[in-house]
Design a protein around this ligand. Sequence first.
Ligand SMILES: C[S@@+](CC[C@H](N)C(=O)[O-])C[C@H]1O[C@@H](n2cnc3c(N)ncnc32)[C@H](O)[C@@H]1O
Length: 439
Amino acid sequence: MKSIPLPKQKNLRADCAWVIYQILEQGRSSRDVLARVQRRHNAKDNAWIQEMSLGVLRQVPLLQSWLRTLLDRPLKGDKKAIEHLIMLGLYQLTFTRVSEHAAVGETVNAASYLGGIKLKGLVNAILRNFTRQELASKPIEDPVIQSGMPKWLFKLIHQHYPDHAADILHNSNQPAPLWLRVNRHKTTLAAFCESLDALNVSYTCPDTHPDAVILTKRHEVTALPGFSQGWFAVQDGAAQLAAPFLSAQPGERILDCCAAPGGKTGHIIEQCSDLAQCVALDADDSRLARVKENMARLDHNPTVLCADASEPDTWWDGSYFDRILLDAPCSATGVIRRHPDIRWLRKPADIEALTQLQAKIFDAMWTVLKPGGTLVYATCSILPAENSEQVAQFLSRHPDAVWQPLKEGETEDAPGWQILPGEQQMDGFYYARLVKSTG
Ligand SMILES: C[S@@+](CC[C@H](N)C(=O)[O-])C[C@H]1O[C@@H](n2cnc3c(N)ncnc32)[C@H](O)[C@@H]1O
């Protein structure tokens, strides 16, 4: 699909439609395209653009089914973004409190900003027909449309989780809560909570996580107490389990493999201040820049290394690591509630490519782990091919790997702990812990 430029002049709805076009037709990530658009709006408008674009991404099958009913022929070429604008109009009319008058009038007006001045009449007719025909109140029979997921992923989730599919699909469409991790090097949970109380910020502290705070109302993170002083990091509860599972000890050499943007690196250092070394390795230089920024704010000082983890010959100095966290590149199917674009960016063929890359990095990590050392394998995926099946195959390839269950109920056929999206308010995540035998 042809790339279209960002509209010359800013307009809330035209910019939203451009964001949706870039994600659905150009396969670009919401983070990148939102950042591009949000440079030219104020904070309130940015929040609106984000909420609307991500909302549309959660309802693509439904909005497209309405579009097919209402539009005689699909729009093509540089007019395609007008379809996304219409989807945004339908979304406003169905799922938001935007008045009908504004949803129709302002959406029609936005067509001019997308080069669709001649299509304003069409946009107007479609949105008005939609309300006249009361399409939003007609029951939706198709479960794939109800789920808001692409068909292949809907099927995979049902295949692997026949008993939990409905919950997974439901939870993957709920906005994720904001979890914070208190930086023990800078403050304590109690002191941080006092500072939140002083600002009347509502939050809870889950019993399951010793350093965590969950905000119960939306709040601008940078305006929270101690942001610039590094008192806390934003990190989901599932991700906050990695460092405790790794359990780094004083004097050890730790490798955080696939570390960027450094969420878990910071926690590893906070859990054990007198490590011999913590290496944060990632293949992506631009993402490593974010590791450096995040570590500087939290006042941590890991060794940052840009390298391909699957090729240790190109970067390893020959000195073994005592513990390795391998937070492998994955489908990210566990964090769709946080990044609704993932369901459209991932394609079925990606899963096979990812499992091969994971296996390659996994094997490479085993060669740099010292005998007696611990490796924690993690992904934010809910697909067994990337998780329990990946670890089971690793165990069959490496007789010196001893699997250490993290949770009751793990079996040799399905090792590791699979957290499903929404479980204890956490993202979908997977962990397995292995020890390299000395014999
Ligand atoms: C799930 S993210 C890591 C998240 C990170 N651990 C955190 O907690 O903030 C996966 C990372 O793997 C990196 N990656 C992908 N292939 C890699 C490779 N061959 N070698 C090293 N890093 C790789 C990506 O750049 C990406 O940053």
